[in-house]
Every structure is written in C-alpha cells, then in structure tokens.
Ligand binder design. Sequence first.
Ligand SMILES: [Ca+2]
Ligand SMILES: [Ca+2]
Ligand SMILES: [Ca+2]
Length: 192
Amino acid sequence: MVVMTMTAVDYDDPAEGTNAKLIYSIEKNVIEEETGTPIFEIESDTGVIKTAVCCLDRERTPDYSIQVVAMDGGGLKGTGTASIRVKDINDMPPQFTKEEWLTEVDETDGANLPETPILTVTVHDEDETNKFQYKVIENSGYGADKFTMVRNNDGTGSLKIVQPLDYEDLLQSNGFRFRIQVNDKVIFYLIY
Ligand SMILES: [Ca+2]
Ligand SMILES: [Ca+2]
Ligand SMILES: [Ca+2]
C-alpha cells in the first residue's frame, strides 16, 4: 500500500548529471514486533513510501514516524521526517458496558404507551466511527415482545414500550427478562 511520496529538491543544475539525481532511503524505520520486519519501505528513485507488512492496526498504533534520507550523486544528504497517521475503519465489535441492565417501569395507562424510553444503554467500541444497530432478540425471554430498542443520535440505545404493561397481571408484575443485541455491521436491504 502506498502511504505517501517524499520529495527533496536538489538545487544542483540537472545538466551537471549524476550530482542532481536523488536516491531515497529510510534511515530510521519502525519495526514490527512479532516479525522483526521493518514496517515501511521506500522506492529509492521516486521517494514513494509503502507499507512492507500486510496490515496496520489503528487500534494498536495510530501514528508512525520515520526518518527519510535523500542523497545526491555527490554523496550529499538531506534528511526529512515522514509522519504517518493510520485512518480508522470499523473493524472492532461493540460491547455493552454492562452485562446486565436493570430498570423499573410503571404499568401503562390502558393502551396509552409512553414515548419516553425506560432505559438507555451504552456500548464500548474502539473504532472512531461505528454504525450501531440495536434490537430486542425475539423469543429471548418473557417480555421480549413488549419492548423495542432504538438507536439514539449519540450512539447509545434506548428501550421503549410497544405493548401495554399491566401490574395486576401476576406474570408481568414479577418482571421481564430478555436479551438485547448491538451490532455495527452495515446491512443493505434490497427493496423490490
Ligand atoms: Ca483495527
Ligand atoms: Ca478500527
Ligand atoms: Ca466498531
């Protein structure tokens, strides 16, 4: 993968021949711990910097800095620093910040369902940009059909009531227990 191009300017007259031709090399590279291989390489005649290893992981190392040298035919050197920032892709899974979430809720006034969420959950995800989707897992426990999950603009998720709740129903007053899910894959729907 090409990362960038380093260019040095040599003010020798190109007509002087070999003196003006620059040769690039990396003076100080970064070494990949596991393999001991240098992470970057440079094309000696063009100054194009590439990755010499398969993968860069932003969650591990977001920034690199290497030292590049340009040398002319007469052996005169110029040094420059190349700073490389690894851009984020969404490659880490989200995780709820708690294993279990608890809340209390008032029974509903007949079929009048409140708009306000009864619980807001948070997730941890190492990526900078995510596409969270929340849901109540169907048939995952008693009450799963009475609630739904929505995503808020700040990335958190909220639980809302979608079916009447009745305190006089003994099963219901004992409480509900079901599973919720978050994922951050982008899903495309085909509409016919
Ligand atoms: Ca990563
Ligand atoms: Ca990432
Ligand atoms: Ca993610």
